[in-house]
Design a protein around this ligand. Structure first.
Ligand SMILES: C[S@@+](CC[C@H](N)C(=O)[O-])C[C@H]1O[C@@H](n2cnc3c(N)ncnc32)[C@H](O)[C@@H]1O
Length: 328
């Protein structure tokens, strides 16, 4: 296989992680109030194997859903592996009928072929997107930027899985700044187990699960209101210039741990990216991030004459940061 094809195949393999029902349940239990009367779209999901589809069929009446639509992708490139079981991309529209237990959309005759390959960007899939209120899925990580851009363009509500590296993508971070996207509850310990028969299992012995691949750094992204956004961080530390030195190259103080954010400091503070997991927009405002993450990200806090975009404390480079400020 030529180099380019190999890279593509590798990418596609990384996109083939199948989410477990228990992880979907653990996250979605926090969003129940949002689903009443809504149409849900899972647009990276083969209804014959997706646990997102199972979850919404099993909870269709409990959540008071109006409609569930799923569409799945069939790669047209024979060199790209896909675990989808048939040659066709398919769609399904479900409106609460009895399709057995466990749900069997094949038997119920609900699965129909799509005209194209089921790419979420295709015209027929966009028509489904327009009809949907909330999009819920684990999309291909390699297309995360395009995937989110499309959700924003069509002003959809969403609950989706992505890698936390995406937080500082130049297409994603501005959405976080504008409070158009935030983190959901996430996976226990920051790692999720996904079903993936194509991929080697990198899990260390202590965290191995038969037939599963462990992916660290995955999380949920959403724009739906959840309780955790209203919970205030309880802070007890007092500011002192010794404990919280000012950066050499940013107009902010350095805070190494979210729990150590001083409760009595009103100006800009650089905090670890993991702070976002605890962000309450009524308590703190997100101002930006270090320029090492993207040009212009620091909203004027950077001293460009330093020519060093990584944050520096007393001559020592430290890890990338997000800048926050207490709400006045
Ligand atoms: C990370 S997997 C998750 C599958 C399923 N949503 C789940 O969570 O179990 C991403 C899925 O997106 C599919 N996919 C890849 N490229 C796609 C595209 N352009 N449009 C729609 N789906 C795509 C892959 O085939 C894969 O099944």
């Amino acid at each position: 296989m030529a180099n380019k094809q190999l890279t593509q195949a590798k990418k596609a393999k990384k996109d083939e992680f199948y989410t477990q029902l228990e992880d979907i349940e653990a996250e979605l239990k926090h969003y129940k109030k949002h689903f009443e009367g809504k149409t849900v779209l899972c647009n990276c999901d083969d209804p014959r194997m997706s646990h997102f589809f199972y979850y919404f069929v099993l909870n269709f009446h409990l959540l008071g859903l109006k409609k569930l639509i799923t569409t799945c992708y069939k790669s047209q490139d024979p060199d790209l592996p896909s675990e989808n079981t048939t040659q066709h991309a398919v769609y399904l529209v479900y409106e609460g009928e009895d399709i057995g237990m466990p749900p069997n959309p094949n038997i119920a005759g609900l699965v129909h072929p799509l005209k194209g390959d089921g790419d979420f960007r295709s015209e027929e899939c966009i028509e489904f997107l327009k009809e949907a209120d909330i999009v819920v899925t684990n999309p291909p990580f390699s297309l995360f930027r395009e995937y989110v851009a499309q959700l924003i363009k069509y002003q959809k509500e969403f609950i989706i899985i992505g890698h936390q590296n995406a937080i500082t993508y130049k297409e994603i971070f501005p959405l976080i700044l504008q409070e158009k996207l935030w983190l959901g509850y996430g996976f226990r310990g920051g790692a999720g187990f996904f079903i993936n028969h194509l991929y080697e299992d990198y899990a260390v012995a202590s965290s191995h699960k038969e037939g599963m691949i462990r992916v660290s750094g995955v999380t949920w992204f959403t724009n739906l209101d959840i309780q955790k956004r209203h919970e205030e961080l309880i802070l007890y530390k007092k500011y002192s210039p010794e404990e919280y030195p000012h950066y050499d190259n940013y107009d902010a103080i350095n805070v190494d741990k979210t729990a150590d954010i001083p409760c009595d400091y009103d100006e800009a503070m650089g905090v670890p990216i993991t702070y976002l997991d605890k962000h309450n927009p009524n308590q703190f405002e997100i101002i930006g991030a270090t320029e090492s993450e993207g040009k212009g990200f620091s909203a004027g806090l950077w001293d460009a004459s330093s020519k060093v975009s990584q944050p520096v404390v007393n001559g020592k480079r430290v890890y990338k940061r997000i800048f926050i400020r207490k709400h006045k």
